[in-house]
Design a protein around this ligand. Structure first.
Ligand code: ZN
Length: 433
């Protein structure tokens, strides 16, 4: 490939607050009867006055603190104008200058800023026209914008999965792509080697919008890179536009071109006062900061010395990681614990960590009969069951189970099943020779 992909991300995260961004309606709009979760404020009725949701602001700042962003001392909301049926006020209350969080970094990738805004309603397309459901209108929405610093799909996916994990660790959002509490957009362009890194960017970018799974994003970026490559190879610069992804056709398609690009006419939202972030709020949030996934990975490696594979699986689900640690407090066979949780899902079999600890104790204190003892008993069983052995020799291998049972019986259950089976077959085969 002559070109290097240059990708920037915009990630929308719906925080799990009780109420919407500027009114008292429920933030949880999922699966509700259309237009039952609204009020004059989120319907944008004349005269309704919004008030900002403190919890949503705190959750946004918490994410910023986790990613090393600088927190603005004073921030405010702006009106972002555009006309679309699902936006009743004809502007979205969003942020522009001094968003709550500026800068930051994740996996070595620079974040431009994190801001807070309100969500729009939803259009439902029916045969005889479109319907609008305003249940989601005015819901709080955190938007994280990265710098155009990704050069491969792999980097993009790693970043997004880690961000999703961090948001879940911080308990700010379920980040459930199916429910739309995490939504992805990518800006993709191709640059020559000289343009990367930091030597200027291509003067166009294609925005891939409305992508609701990691897999679709992966495919959308992949086909978009190929499409742009083809354009460039023909000496044409791709048009700056917004494109969607068509899963059935495995192509991206134009949604909006540069000519129609919006001039949002941002201006400060006069109905909402500036938000001053008191230092005490930041100190309070910092003091409640949880151990983040990467810190947990490093600590698990140091403290339990279990494989990276086990660590990755445990850390990817905070509840499982916590469960592992509860069991690890009761038993120091860390590898066994991790193995039983990861490979045998014993965390589901024993909801109480103590139950799994007891099981491990029983397993590790089980004294198996020795090889010699087992071999002696096998000889006895073979000598005492000549008719069964004849059946085995005639090809009726199903009698093996009976013989194993006899051996186990004489060993009073202390036989190692694998060992009995191996020695028994060896002996039967050798006796035949
Ligand atoms: Zn409302």
């Amino acid at each position: 490939m002559k070109y290097t992909p240059i990708i920037g991300l915009e990630v929308h995260i719906e925080p799990n607050t009780k109420s919407k961004m500027f009114c008292g309606c429920s933030q949880d709009h999922f699966g509700k009867k259309p237009n039952t979760n609204t009020c004059p404020i989120c319907l944008g009725l004349p005269g309704a006055l919004p008030y900002a949701n403190k919890e949503a602001i705190k959750k946004t700042i918490l994410l910023g603190l986790a990613l090393g962003s600088e927190i603005s001392k004073s921030s405010r909301f702006y009106r972002k104008h555009y006309f679309y049926p699902d936006l009743p006020k004809s502007y979205q209350t969003s942020q522009k200058e001094n968003p709550f969080c500026i800068g930051g970094e994740l996996l070595g990738k620079k974040i431009n800023h994190i801001h807070l805004e309100e969500d729009a309603g939803k259009l439902i397309h029916a045969d005889d026209g479109s319907l609008i459901d305003f249940n989601r209108s005015g819901c709080a929405l955190i938007e994280l914008v990265t710098e155009p610093v990704f050069h491969s799909i792999d980097e993009v996916l790693k970043f997004l999965k880690e961000l999703q994990l961090i948001a879940r660790y911080l308990d700010i959002s379920s980040c459930d792509m199916e429910k739309g509490t995490m939504r992805l957009e990518a800006n993709v362009s191709l640059g020559t080697r000289q343009q990367v890194p930091g030597n200027g960017l291509p003067d166009y970018k294609v925005e891939l919008k409305n992508i609701n799974s990691f897999r679709f994003l992966e495919k959308a970026i992949e086909v978009e890179i190929r499409r742009q490559e083809l354009e460039l190879s023909k000496g044409r610069e791709p048009i700056q536009e917004t494109r969607g992804y068509d899963e059935a056709k495995k192509t991206t398609f134009s949604q909006r071109s540069k000519e129609e690009a919006h001039d949002y006419r941002y201006f400060p939202e006069a109905d909402l006062p500036p938000v001053v972030i008191d230092r005490s709020i930041i100190l309070d949030l910092r003091s409640k900061m949880v151990e983040l996934p990467q810190q947990k990975r490093e600590r698990f490696e140091e403290q339990y010395k279990i494989s990276k594979e086990f660590i990755e699986i445990l850390v990817s689900d905070k509840k499982r990681a916590d469960y592992f640690e509860e069991v690890a407090k009761l038993d120091s066979n860390y590898k066994t614990i991790a193995d039983l949780i990861v490979n045998k899902r014993f965390d589901q079999k024993y909801p109480e960590p103590a139950g799994l600890a007891r099981e491990i104790y029983n397993l590790s204190h089980m004294q198996y009969a020795t090889d010699t003892e087992t071999a002696e008993i096998i000889s006895k069983v073979i000598a005492g069951n000549t008719d069964i052995v004849t059946k085995y020799n005639n090809g009726q291998t199903q009698v093996l189970g009976f013989l194993i049972g006899q051996v186990q019986k004489l060993l009073k259950g202390t036989g190692n099943p694998k060992l009995i089976s191996r020695l028994l077959i060896e002996k039967l085969e050798n006796d035949q020779k």
